[in-house]
Design a protein around this ligand. Structure first.
Ligand code: ZN
Ligand code: ZN
Length: 132
């Protein structure tokens, strides 16, 4: 699988190539707070398969408990996470990947912290566009 991605404003641009990457939903409370979402979807890839255009110019980072979140310093979009104990992998924030329609999460982790409703998204009312 070969993919490209970017932050919301486009200042951060990256690409990676990974063979059958694991794709997970993380329900831990740290990801929830850092990303402002009920759960966070990540594509886990080898660190050496990941490359940036102009990495240093636009990425900022924040580290807590061995986990480092990298985000665009211009628009704040999360781009990827790294972990001090697992230095050979990167967790790409799913939403930053272009053309992600062919990849989907296969498992949920940190379910002890999950929100009950987050496992029943198919029971919500759906609108094609906004509600207005
Ligand atoms: Zn940006
Ligand atoms: Zn998490």
């Amino acid at each position: 699988m070969k993919k490209q991605g970017s932050c919301g404003c486009g200042a951060v641009q990256y690409s990676f190539e990974a063979n059958k990457p694991r794709i997970i939903n993380c329900h831990c409370s740290m990801c929830r707070a850092f990303n402002g979402a009920a759960f966070s979807t990540y594509v886990i890839i080898p660190a050496d398969s990941f490359s940036f255009r102009d990495e240093a110019a636009h990425l900022a980072s924040y580290c807590k408990e061995n986990a480092t979140k990298f985000f665009c310093r211009e628009c704040g979009s999360p781009v990827f996470n790294s972990h001090a104990k697992y230095q050979t992998i990167r967790l790409i924030h799913f939403g930053s990947i272009h053309d992600s329609s062919d990849i989907q999460p296969k498992l949920n982790v940190w379910c002890e912290n999950h929100l009950q409703w987050s496992m029943r998204l198919d029971q919500l009312k759906n609108f094609e566009h906004g509600m207005a």
